[in-house]
Design a protein around this ligand. Structure first.
Ligand code: PGA
Length: 250
């Protein structure tokens, strides 16, 4: 059993086309000497230029969301098949910004995740508690509910086909990272729920990333934890120096 470390970067709604191409190229050069797998999730409009910049590189291409349907009258949405056609192999679903700002609930995340899987994309399912939920001791209940609902009717026989990202909402973009112990406790709890939902051997092999203010000065302590298999990076992935600092420590 081995869970190869994965660093995923979510560019959110940042970077012009030329900035995206330049950063993707710099990342692909930097990754050549790194031990981890890397995936870039640019805004939809930059996916093509990033794909071009990554040609021949080991860096994978991802997206930040996808529709559940393959095609149809879904104004403003992007089909998982369209993402496949552009060369994406992964897609983030259920990011807390989608949940909080665009009111996506677990049921919708479940549909998006199933659509992604049906198209052969690997979903990176984001879950995590708010500060208020943590302060009122609801963290494990929230994580369990998110997993059960977002993975409802999903069967996983190949552990490489699903990735979970634990992202405490209070740590995203705030500079306030969960301590390595807080993150490990959450990851180990998540793996336990996955073991109840799928076979134990599958749960042991599914990668669980940590996300929320990951930087070069905290990534090593996080990655040293038994159940942390990588990171979902936001802000620190927008500059080559900060991002290279992370991938070379993993
Ligand atoms: P951050 O974002 O690294 O800027 O906190 C992480 C995320 O939203 O995935």
């Amino acid at each position: 059993m081995s869970r190869r470390p994965l660093i995923a970067v979510n560019w959110k709604m940042h970077l012009s086309l030329s900035e995206a191409a330049a950063l993707a190229e710099a990342i692909s050069l930097s990754v050549a000497t790194a031990a981890c797998e890397t995936v870039i999730a640019p805004p939809f409009t930059s996916i093509s230029v990033v794909a071009e910049a990554l040609r021949g590189s080991s860096v994978m291409l991802g997206a930040q969301n996808c529709c559940w349907a393959e095609q149809g009258a879904f104004t403003g949405e992007i089909s998982p098949l369209m993402l496949k056609e552009l060369g994406c192999s992964m897609v983030i679903v259920g990011h807390s910004e989608r949940r909080q700002l665009f009111h996506e609930d677990n049921r919708m995340v479940n549909r998006r995740l199933q659509g992604a899987m049906a198209a052969g994309l690997v979903p990176v399912l984001c879950i995590g508690e708010t500060l208020e939920q943590r302060q009122t001791d609801q963290t494990t209940a929230v994580l369990k509910e998110q997993l059960l609902e977002c993975l409802s009717a999903v069967s996983v026989t190949d552990p490489s086909r699903l990735i979970i990202a634990y992202e405490p909402v209070w740590a995203i973009g705030t500079g306030q990272t969960a301590s390595s112990q807080q993150a490990q406790d959450a990851h180990s709890f998540i793996r336990g729920i996955l073991a109840d939902m799928f076979e134990k051997t599958i749960a042991t092999e599914i990668r669980i990333l940590y996300g929320g203010s990951v930087k070069s000065d905290n990534v090593s302590a996080l990655m040293a934890q038994a159940d942390i298999d990588g990171a979902l990076v936001g802000g620190a992935g927008l500059h080559i120096d900060s991002f290279a600092g992370i991938i070379h420590l993993v």
